[in-house]
Design a protein around this ligand. Structure first.
Ligand code: WTA
Length: 646
């Protein structure tokens, strides 16, 4: 499989970057980053031109990450205003609702008006430059309006995915001290309602939440209670607001947004992205990795609650003046053809999704795909988790009719945009490999001691130098930022991923090497699920590990020790699964929960997760060295009582 190369499409000669162009760009960005990125940054409109390009160091003594630091720009003006002369009547956002037939078309002119009005609404509600605005919305155009309205006035948005619980929402509101929340009455996914406003009400009851205003978009028609003085109707506020709002000149290093993501320890951290470097990275990668062409319809199927939605549904696509498709629903509603019907309806050129969605459709058979046309498709993209070769081949052959290159894009919330990905038409593909680094990206593979491994090898993936789209800090905890990413391998950014490099220099991501699991392309810290479990009155201790899962990529396997005297039974097992769902959100639902009278520990009391992982994976013959266990009988009990994940 490694050596398989897929043919180059007939349009490769006119791709936004050729094979030779890629080599030249890669060398230029490596040898002269100031020159290369100084020039690339001209794709943005600057209010005050920058005079310095790169000013960065990953070393502890002078740790800093600044790009274009003395330049000023406005991200919303780059995504909207500068397109008005040439494409005011072009559709900026094509919205397809959960129910077939529900659609909206927002032109760049409409976008300008809606964003300006909403920016004025925010101002009237007291939002000033640098203030944090929490966005808890379904996949509707108002989510993009809210992001861009913040950017227009220099406020910092923090989007919380609509699938997160009131508890998770409250923690994120408290962490960034946000005084305003914009939400909707409810969302709809697969014909089922999502009670967003009710979740906000519950979140706002938490101690420590100090929200003054809740703006409510009427969308699903769900009944909601409006708290006088606090809750306000979006449409009413918008009607009263002026459609003129100047775009604030912002420093390139001023924060654009916070997005919470899971790590191996502690609470989710607020990843903070800048204005200039981030927008450049989102726009550059959208242009070149998707070979975006004027007039094409671009569809990134991720929710705006995740980084993929931030960079490719909204910022990268709109900065390039594209028509971006926003879909509210799920892949299999009302039936398994829905994605491809949408592709045909809007003549979508680029379709970008997570392997988990593909796997769920693949198992329903090819007929659902084959009965649609899909001739508009030119590029397919994959993101969020390693794509297994079967899913890759199915995507390539069945969905793309063996015509469309697949860009398997490796990146992270922290990286702002793609880091390792093929440039379609320029870089030959190998199923399952994210291929080669983009210009400006210096990946290295290191061993556990940090020794740089050369040639064909396998180890941990680090990035040796800064790129413009890199996160700048963890909100409110700069030391945590440095400790998390730059101390494991001093002087380098540690990705947390394992990786193999083959004899052609291609990179193959092998998955997380830390305590993060990737469930359906969503990151989940095992520590978060554990702390949710121990918050239950009957639980004494919990250990959570990942395990292979056919559809989700990885599933969640929890080992739970109950308080003494508490009876183990099926009702309690179900209750604990529901408990985690309520505490964190449905994406954290354990796939298996095994009661463990005790957990395997070393004599110093450290839980031996390696052994738990093997049990979860049902590799009980490969438990490895158990001689350091305090009580080996514990393991025998766990092996004998292993749960088959449901
Ligand atoms: C994993 C999503 C293999 C990886 C954009 C990374 C991938 C984590 C790929 C980041 C890919 C993402 N191939 N693995 N193409 N893309 N990952 O922050 O483990 O939600 O560290 O960002 O997803 O997840 P995050």
């Amino acid at each position: 499989m490694d050596r398989q190369m897929h043919p180059v499409p007939d349009w490769a000669g006119s791709a936004s970057m050729t094979a030779e162009g890629y080599r030249v760009a890669y060398d230029a960005a490596r040898t002269d980053p100031d020159g290369y990125w100084g020039e690339q940054a001209q794709r943005l409109d600057w209010i005050t031109p920058f005079t310095v390009v790169k000013d960065t160091s990953f070393a502890e003594a002078d740790f800093r990450i600044n790009w274009f630091a003395d330049g000023q720009l406005n991200v919303a003006a780059n995504c909207i205003d500068r397109h008005l002369d040439t494409r005011a009547d072009q559709v900026a956002i094509l919205w397809e609702g959960d129910a077939p037939g529900a659609e909206r078309r927002i032109t760049y002119r409409d976008l300008h008006e809606q964003v300006s009005r909403l920016a004025n609404v925010f101002k009237r509600l007291g939002v000033a430059r640098g203030d944090r605005v929490t966005i808890y919305l379904p996949m509707i155009p108002e989510a993009a309006f809210a992001m861009l309205a913040c950017a227009r006035i220099g406020a910092v948005h923090s989007i919380v995915f609509g699938g997160f619980s009131p508890e998770s929402l409250a923690n994120r509101i408290i962490d960034c001290d946000s005084r305003i929340v914009i939400t909707a009455d409810g969302g709809c996914r697969g014909g089922k309602p999502v009670p967003l406003k009710a979740n906000v009400d519950a979140a706002l009851d938490h101690d420590g939440v100090a929200v003054d205003h809740v703006v409510v978009v009427r969308h699903s028609g769900t009944e909601v209670t409006m708290k006088p003085g606090r809750d306000q109707d979006y449409a009413t506020l918008m009607a009263q607001a002026s459609p003129d709002c100047p775009a604030a000149p912002m420093g390139a290093e001023d924060p654009l947004f916070i997005l919470y993501t899971s790590g191996s320890t502690g609470k989710p951290k607020g990843v903070l992205h800048s204005s200039g470097g981030y927008l450049l990275w989102a726009a550059w990668t959208h242009q070149h990795v998707f070979d975006y062409r004027e007039g094409e319809v671009f569809w990134c199927a991720a929710d705006v609650g995740w980084v993929t939605g931030h960079s490719y549904v909204v910022y990268g696509a709109l900065a390039n003046g594209a028509t971006t498709l926003m879909y509210e629903g799920v892949p299999n509603y009302p039936d398994h053809s829905r994605f491809w019907q949408i592709v045909d309806k809007y003549r979508v050129a680029t379709f970008y999704a997570a392997p988990t969605a593909l796997r769920s459709l693949m198992r329903e058979g090819d007929e659902w795909v084959k009965k649609t046309d899909r001739s508009s498709l030119r590029i397919l993209g994959s993101v969020g988790e390693p794509i297994n070769p079967e899913a890759w081949e199915w995507f390539y052959r069945v969905v793309g009719d063996s015509r469309c290159p697949i860009v398997d894009t490796w990146w992270q919330t922290e990286t702002g945009g793609h880091l390792i990905a093929p440039l379609p038409g320029a870089v030959p593909l190998k199923p399952g490999s994210a291929t080669l680094p983009l210009p400006g990206v210096l990946p290295q593979i290191v061993d556990a001691e940090g020794k740089v491994l050369e040639g064909a090898t396998e180890g941990n993936l680090v990035i040796a130098d800064s790129w413009p789209g890199q996160m700048r800090t963890v909100w409110g905890d700069h030391d945590r930022f440095f400790q998390t990413y730059f101390t494991t391998y001093p002087g380098k950014y540690f990705t947390g991923d394992g990786c193999r490099r083959d004899e052609d220099g291609y990179y193959w991501i092998t998955g997380r090497v830390d305590d993060v699991i990737n469930v359906s392309g969503h990151r989940m810290g095992t520590a978060e699920v554990e702390s949710a479990l121990v918050a239950h009155a009957k639980v004494a201790e919990a250990a959570v590990v990942g395990m292979p899962h056919d559809l989700k990529g990885q599933g969640i396997y929890a080992f739970v020790t109950l308080n003494s005297g508490v009876e183990e039974d099926e009702a309690l097992r179900a209750e604990l699964v529901q408990w985690v769902r309520r505490e964190i959100g449905p994406i954290a639902t354990p796939d298996a929960l095994q009661f463990a009278p005790a957990l395997p520990k070393t004599r110093s009391g450290k839980i031996m997760r390696r052994i738990l992982r093997k049990i979860a994976e049902n590799q009980v013959d490969a438990l490895g060295d158990t001689s350091t266990l305090a009580d080996p009988a514990v393991v025998d009990h766990l092996v004998a009582n292993r749960i088959e994940p449901g």
